[in-house]
Write a protein that binds this ligand. Structure first.
Ligand SMILES: Nc1ncnc2c1ncn2[C@@H]1O[C@H](COP(=O)(O)OP(=O)(O)OP(=O)(O)O)[C@@H](O)[C@H]1O
Ligand SMILES: [Mg+2]
Length: 408
């Protein structure tokens, strides 16, 4: 007979039964996500709308990989320092040929502009022939992202990434971009278009119908009209020039300085490739300095130690740079005309203009953009980080990013 309790109710003898372990629900592990802007010139990674800081400062890493004679691989700033002294083994702008076939306009155009030994790889892809052997552009991208991941101490393995790609990339080039990210050991990778990321970053807290994204980076200009009235955001007009950006500005200033030293001191800085590349880098620094001052100086002896003393310093002003870049800026507006026409819109129909790309800091440019659209462009998010910030939102909110992801 079953034993009874004090109230006379039957009880069960539980002495030999091990108590059930109480199963508390496991605290749900937060899904780790990042957004990545793998740019032609720079790469940035962001998490939950904050750019990830690198050890040693800053959050923007040059998309450069170098293979020095001593062996090993350098990435980011350390690699970029070798650009002038070892150009063939210092790979910049690999994004221009990521996922490009050997027989393609991307490859032929790239070969016209860069000093690399680009060859046909085993499967018909364009690959770099470097001191370290054949390296495909995907590998270069993966090395850049892995380098940034280390510097930002982003953990390996369990992080889900959203990476951005230009609207003009075909499926093959989008896949190659995604592949570069997975090779850098992310758990999953999704691709969204760059202007969608910019619009998403800006429209995080507000809404409107037509936004225009004006993105002038290091090597590329991209213009897009984004319909943001409902998810999914859609690019309804886009265009660009894959060889129009800050690099062109730097070369234009460098040619101008070289002309001046030749005319004034009879010294040619342009007939030696390494010297000229050093001059281009010095001009880029001077250009960036002009965002905060009226005038910058280029010290010729530090560019070319063999130059005569008379070369001294060449000053360069904001006005000069504005004049020198006028033609380049006009070309961007010709493209904006085409993009608006594609979307059957006029400049006045655009409710907000979002700027992306470091070259939107060029002297005078924001004023031209304001006159063209009849409204002040939005610059409250850093134009060099805004794409990765938008990607980080898409990564952190899978429900939204599914709707946003036209390339999935
Ligand atoms: N203060 C500044 N004034 C003018 N140009 C600047 C300034 N700061 C950065 N830049 C230029 O911005 C460019 C890099 O911009 P960004 O990092 O947005 O390019 P990216 O995204 O890597 O390139 P892309 O969009 O072409 O793939 C470089 O050419 C750099 O010289
Ligand atoms: Mg960019």
């Amino acid at each position: 007979m079953a034993p009874e309790n004090r109230r006379g109710q039957p009880t069960m003898d539980l002495t030999h039964v091990r108590p059930n372990r109480v199963r508390r629900p496991m605290p749900a592990r937060k899904r780790e996500t990042v957004g990545i802007d793998l740019g032609t010139t720079n790469t940035v990674m962001a998490r939950n709308f904050e750019s990830l800081p690198m050890q040693g400062g800053g959050c923007i890493m040059p998309s450069v990989v170098a293979y020095p004679p001593s062996g090993g691989t350098l990435v980011g700033k350390a690699a970029r320092r070798r650009r002038a002294m070892d150009p063939k083994n210092t790979i910049v702008s690999a994004k221009r040929v990521i996922g490009a076939r050997w027989v393609s306009s991307y490859t032929s155009q790239f070969r016209e502009h860069y000093p690399y030994d680009l060859v046909e790889g085993p499967d018909g892809w364009a690959v770099f022939n470097t001191r370290a052997g054949l390296v495909c552009p995907v590998e270069v991208g993966a090395t850049v992202i892995s380098g940034l991941r280390e510097l930002t101490r982003c953990p390996v393995g369990d992080v889900h990434a959203v990476v951005t790609a230009p609207v003009g990339f075909d499926q093959q080039r989008r896949d190659a971009t995604a592949w570069a990210v997975s090779k850098a050991k992310f758990a999953s990778v999704r691709v969204i278009e760059e202007p969608i990321a910019t619009a998403l970053a800006y429209l995080n807290r507000s809404s409107l119908k037509y936004a225009f994204v004006y993105d002038l980076g290091g090597g590329t200009f991209d213009a897009a009209v984004v319909d943001c009235s409902r998810y999914p955001f859609r690019v309804i007009g886009h265009g660009g020039d894959p060889y129009l950006g800050g690099d062109d500005v730097d070369r234009t200033i460098a040619l101008h300085v070289a002309d001046r030293t030749l005319a004034r001191d009879g010294w040619d800085l342009s007939n030696d490739a390494v010297t000229f590349d050093r001059l281009v880098l010095a001009c880029e620094l001077a250009k960036c300095e002009l965002s905060g001052s009226e005038q910058a100086a280029i010290a010729i002896p530090s560019v070319d130690p063999a130059a005569p003393e008379s070369c001294g310093i060449i000053p360069i002003t904001r006005d000069e740079v504005q004049q020198l870049t006028l033609d380049l800026v006009r070309r961007t507006f010709a493209m904006c005309d085409e993009v608006l026409a594609q979307a059957s819109l006029k400049a006045r129909d655009i409710e907000a203009v979002f700027l992306a790309g470091g070259s939107t800091r060029l002297p005078g440019l924001r004023g031209y953009i304001e006159s063209y659209f009849g409204k002040r462009p939005r610059v409250d998010l850093d134009p060099m980080e805004v794409v990765s910030l938008g990607a980080s939102l898409a990564a952190a909110r899978p429900a939204v990013s599914e709707l946003l992801d036209p390339c999935a």
